[in-house]
Design a protein around this ligand. Sequence first.
Ligand code: ZN
Length: 371
Amino acid sequence: MTWRILGLAMTWAAVVLGAAPAGAITIYPIDRAQILAGSRFDLKVEFDGVLGAADAKVTIDGTDLSTALGRPATFVEREAGVAASALLLRDVSLTKPGRYAIVASDGKTSRTVGWEVYGTGPRKARNVILFKQGTVTSFPEQPDLVDMVKTALTVLARHEDGFVLLVESGLIDKYSHPLDWERAVMDTIMLDRAVAVAKEFAGARNDTLIMVTADHTHGLSLVGTVDDSVRSQEMRDRIGVHEKAGYPNYPPANDEGYPPRLDVSRRLAIFFSVFPDYYETYRPKLDGPFVPAVGGPDKSYVANEKYKDTPGAVLRVGNLPHGAPQGVHSGEDVLLTATGPGAERVRGFLDNTEVFRIVVDALGLAAAPAQ
Ligand SMILES: [Zn+2]
């Protein structure tokens, strides 16, 4: 499995990679942590067992912790009733880029981790707008994403120091879980329109980095079209693949960019690869979002009988555990597109943590102060 742009695990203080092996002493931030120069983070060292204050020692590149970070850590003899001690130091920072070795000792054993502190170049972008497909829940009667982006840009553009705007288009994911791909695609069109609003804003200036990505994928693929003019009782034989796929006959998009009808006679054939038991209807669900499976006996989910009598519907036996009511996230690499100052770093395959570094570099957050 690759861990490239699988998810945006970002924090503004520090981006940590990997996991520390179990041991008698645990140091946070963990081994291989990447920390933006000058950003604040909390340091914590957990010891296995109760120590005397004098036995708990930490050095950074050979220098005592309190000297290296400017203040002494608090020694906690017993953490929250646990028979173990800890050292805690909040809101510290390292301003000099480079690799640091952190060594913690309890007087008998020691543990070493390495951190990378990275700087940035000078500020290239005044503003950053990051769009992501994600998992925010929407509420009824809220303005749509396009209106929200327009309003956010109008308000934020007044700030003299620039801004960072994170836009999440949550319904794409919310509708992919119940295998309702038509609704997910309509919300992808909405995301596209919202990105167009941001590009129009950025096009009138040259100081805004726009990035568009997703935090994960779902297992679904476009394979061709479903053509009702094919005379076959079985819906699967109405699917045109390869050179027989042809074009769907959705009517031209309306003024807002959406097809006004989805229940056309030659429509896209899109199928999910991971699913609970459900009835495949080969048609959009016009009366409301799809509910593929419902709770059955023993906490298992069974195909929703509501769709059983839809003409041509067939039962697809699920390939997920019986306790799964819906489809799930999948692990493919996701796309990341970018435009504006700083976008030149977006190419090839990137670790997802690079997205954070591209943002802070564009904003020059660790740039040397102007003379
Ligand atoms: Zn999800």
